[in-house]
Design a protein around this ligand. Structure first.
Ligand code: MRU
Length: 356
């Protein structure tokens, strides 16, 4: 199987596998400017915390190219950096919860500001930014493979695992986080049953995770979100493993809506609940999950699916995109630095500092 790579830079163009069209169509979206990249993130054509970060990095590189190409060398360095900063702020505002977006833009801005010599002209900065975006993409895959290696030990041979939303290759540059751990266990020769939730209302689980498992040749069983409790109580689930969009310093974890429900149910049923995420998802600036901004998406995503009504017209609906799982429900957090265990205030700090 060829690797699933949802984000590719080729011949000066960003190419995204349009995730709103999967699984029925595999359409590549060509993104020519940074504002088109912002739209692709907002519309969830590219989604998943690390994938949003990689796309944001390319968006900054494209913004630099746009600023430089109108009249090469015309902008002095300070004006160029100021305008690039404004573009960076627009990119950061595309979605609020996944901190990888802010992390990637900040990393790119640091390169633009102090990562090149003070004598570097705008054209050199632009070239350096593209190199940095490519590095962020390549590092993401390497990080996911490391996470897979650390996390696969937690998957019970002969047991079963439940995952939620999509934390696979599609949500990253390649390989995936939670799905990367499952894949690493499977490729190691372990055999276990995989369940994945459909993940209302955007159906990342049904549409994207099922598509990935099929491509990987890992048998999976799709269940409606509300079946999880029944399956856990019946003894069908050996562990739960999800990705994350932002993890506070104390281990409180924001992830796709419904994750909190799964974590509480797991605890009630004595099942370990694992989170797999790169250290770029850990936000040490936040003490706890109450400080994480939760994205509210359009109620139309709840009342319609691809334009087809699934509720009476005019009905009120609420569509929070994420929830926060308090750290007390999380058994371990798998990062590229290893498996962090409670108390996360110490183990996450150690993990982050070991790689930054
Ligand atoms: O709204 P989405 O599809 O961007 O949300 C994605 C998730 O919540 C994922 O579980 C999370 O980003 C981890 S992806 C490796």
């Amino acid at each position: 199987m060829s690797e699933i790579r949802p984000i590719q830079w080729a011949n000066g163009t960003l190419r995204l596998l349009d995730q709103t069209r999967l699984p029925s169509e595999e359409i590549i979206l060509e993104v020519h400017g940074y504002l088109e990249a912002v739209d692709a993130i907002k519309e969830m054509r590219v989604r998943g915390a690390p994938a949003i970060g990689v796309t944001a990095a390319y968006a900054v590189a494209m913004a630099a190219r746009e600023l430089d190409s109108a009249d090469p060398g015309a902008l002095d360095r300070d004006t160029f950096l100021q305008r690039l900063g404004e573009a960076g702020a627009e990119i950061k505002a595309a979605r609020p919860t996944a901190v990888n977006l802010m992390w990637a833009v900040d990393r790119m801005m640091t390169v633009a500001g102090s990562g090149v010599g003070s004598g570097a002209g705008t054209s050199m900065i632009k070239d350096r930014l593209l190199e940095e975006a490519v590095s962020i993409e390549q590092e993401d895959e390497a990080i996911n493979r490391r996470m897979g290696n650390h996390g696969k030990e937690l998957i019970p041979d002969g047991g079963s695992v439940l995952t939620h939303c999509n934390a696979g290759a599609l949500a990253t540059a390649a390989f995936g986080t939670a799905l990367g751990v499952i894949r690493a266990g499977w490729e190691d020769g372990k055999r276990f049953k995989v369940f994945n939730t459909e993940t209302r209302p955007f159906l990342q689980g049904a549409r994207l995770t099922s598509w990935e498992f099929k491509k990987l040749g890992i048998p999976s069983t799709l269940v409606v979100d509300s079946a999880a409790g029944m399956l856990m109580r019946r003894g069908d689930i050996g562990c739960v493993i999800t990705g994350a969009d932002r993890i506070a310093a104390n281990g409180d974890t924001a992830n796709k809506i419904g994750t909190y429900t799964l974590a509480v149910l797991a605890k009630e049923n004595g099942i370990p609940f694992y989170v797999a995420a790169p250290t770029s998802t850990v936000d040490l600036n936040l003490n706890n999950g109450d400080e994480i901004e939760i994205e509210e998406r359009s109620p139309d995503e709840v009342t319609e699916f691809r334009g087809v009504p699934v509720a009476p017209e005019g009905i009120e609906a609420l569509n929070p995109g994420f929830d926060v799982t308090p750290a007390k429900y999380v058994s371990a957090i798998i990062t590229e630095a290893g498996v962090a265990r409670p108390p996360f205030i110490e183990s996450l700090d150690l993990a982050v500092r070991s790689v930054r």
